[in-house]
Each structure stands twice: as C-alpha cells, then as structure tokens.
Write a protein that binds this ligand. Structure first.
Ligand code: CAA
Length: 257
C-alpha cells in the first residue's frame, strides 16, 4: 500500500479506509490532499483484496472544512479554473469508482468537504456533523462539483438556498433533505459503514459496478436508459450471473468472487 503525506490508509476486512489527516487544519483539502485522495481511491479500486472504501476525517471535529482557503490568495482566473477542474476530476473519479465508496462524515463537511462527501456513493453522518457550502462568504462559489451534486441530491430550490445563504445544516436536517443516507451516534459511524459494506460484499461485484455506472448516467435524458441496457447486457458476459442464478435455483446463498 502506498504511503501518503496527508492521508492515513488501512484495510480492514477488505475495506480500505482513507482518512484525511490534517486535523489541526480541520482536514482542509489543500491541492496535495485532493491529489492524494485521487491516488488512494485509484489504488484501492485496483486492489483485488479491496471491495469497498470508506473516506473519513481524522479527529472528532471535521470530515473536511473545505478546500484550503490559504491556497486561494492571488490566483488568476486561469489558475482558479485549473484548481476547480483538477478537484472536479478527482471527485468525479470517486463517483465513477466501480467499488462502493462511503463517506463517514464525522464532523464539519463544509465547502469542498461537503463536495467530497457528495462525490461518494453513500453518506453516513455522525450526529455531530454539519454540512454546508459557505463559499459565498469568501466571494467564491463551490468549485468541486457542489453546484451540480447538491442540486441533484436535494433539488434546486433548497440547494440554491443553502449555497446563496451559506447556512450550515446539521446531520438531522441533512437526513431529512436526503443529503445523507443515515445519521448515527459518533461511536456507531464506522460500524454502520462497515455493516453496509459487508452487506454489499455479499452481492455480485460486477453487478454493483454496473449499477453505479448506470445510476451515474442518469442525467434526465434517454442516455441513462441506454447506459442501463448496455450495463444489463454486460452482466451476461461475466461469471457472476451464473453463480447468482445457480445459487437461486439451488436454494443457497450466492458466493461471488
Ligand atoms: N482552509 C484552511 N484552513 C482552515 C479551513 C479551510 N477551509 N478551515 C479551518 N481551517 C484552519 C483554521 O485556519 C485554523 O487554523 P489555525 O489554527 O492555524 O489558525 C484551524 O483550521 C482550526 O479552525 P478554526 O480555528 O476556525 O476552528 P473553529 O472551530 O473556530 O471553526 C469552522 C470551525 C466553522 C469550520 C471554521 O474553521 C470555518 O469556517 N472554516 C472554513 C469553512 C469554509 O469556508 N469552507 C469552504 C472553503 S472554500 C471551498 O471549499 C471551495 C470549493 O468548493 C473548492
């Protein structure tokens, strides 16, 4: 496993845990951290011993308090665009990862931190978590996909409100809005993530990847349906379908590799 400057990584029961490790800066996402997250997700995606990932933040206070504001001073328009583009690329690689990625949101998920959580497939929040896109306080807009993903998750009206007021919401409100899948007491955060991943582990990895790709193709146009039938067809080329169907006919649990 690679070592990283701003991340801690480890594997438990086939789950790669990627922990942003800048707690004294509330895990603010400087360029190096964003790049390392991209590398760590790619590394885990290519590791046959790993079937799923958890991204979380070190310390009791923050998942990630946003992009590192100190890196914004003096940027030109072109440099700003490039910073945003590079972050978007990394976060898109998380959304496109064929293995499930869960955000274990253990505290503040603001700005780029909220955007990172939204790039993950599932979000589980500890009850002390806060979410928000406070960029307008700084004279900027969300740049790591927030304007798009927040709108997709909670709808245009509420997403606009949160982004133009910069108001923070707590975990319970995030749950009500559909921004997170579950909210749990802090001590249950990692166990809940592991429980979900262990359930997913019993499913066909090929089909799980196909679901992720087809769902990601949902853009309100017929493209999503085309992606679905293409992914559906691909399932017939993989060994998992034989195991799944045989297990059903033999009245036993499937065992996917
Ligand atoms: N960037 C850089 N440093 C940050 C940071 C950030 N986003 N958030 C916190 N820190 C640093 C603070 O500067 C401080 O460092 P020092 O001790 O060296 O001064 C340390 O983390 C602790 O932070 P605070 O003392 O501020 O902690 P607090 O408990 O009083 O407040 C907070 C917590 C409300 C989260 C506050 O830190 C805060 O408002 N942070 C900024 C949140 C924000 O605006 N995020 C959006 C960033 S822009 C962005 O993300 C753009 C994009 O979409 C790509």
């Amino acid at each position: 496993m690679n070592t990283y400057t701003n991340l801690k990584t480890g594997t438990a029961d086939g789950v790669r845990v990627i922990t942003i490790n800048r707690p004294d800066k509330l895990n603010a996402l400087n360029r190096q951290t964003v790049s390392e997250i991209g590398q760590a997700v790619k590394e885990a995606a290519g590791d046959t011993e790993v079937y799923g990932m958890i991204i979380t933040g070190e310390g009791p206070k923050a998942f990630a308090a946003g992009a590192d504001i100190k890196e914004f001073s003096g940027l030109t328009k072109e440099q700003g665009m490039e910073l945003s583009r590079a972050g978007q690329e990394v976060f898109q690689s998380i959304e496109d990862c064929p293995k499930p990625v869960i955000a274990a949101v253990n505290g503040f998920a603001l700005g780029g931190g909220c955007e990172l959580a939204m790039a993950c497939h599932i979000r589980i929040a500890s009850s002390n978590a806060f979410f928000g896109q406070p960029e307008v306080n700084l004279g900027i807009i969300p740049g790591y996909g927030g304007t798009q993903r927040l709108t997709r998750y909670i709808g245009k009206g509420k997403a606009l409100e949160l982004m133009i007021t910069a108001e923070r919401i707590n975990a319970q409100t995030a749950l009500q809005l559909g921004l997170v899948n579950y909210t749990v007491p802090p001590e249950m955060l990692m166990p809940k993530c592991m429980e979900l991943l262990q359930l997913i582990r019993t499913k066909s990895p090929f089909a799980v990847g196909g679901v992720i790709r087809a769902v990601n193709a949902c853009d309100g146009t017929p493209n999503g349906y085309k992606a679905e039938y293409a992914e559906f067809g691909k399932c017939f080329t993989a060994p998992d379908i034989h195991e799944g169907i045989n297990a059903f006919l033999e009245k036993r649990a499937p065992s996917f590799r």
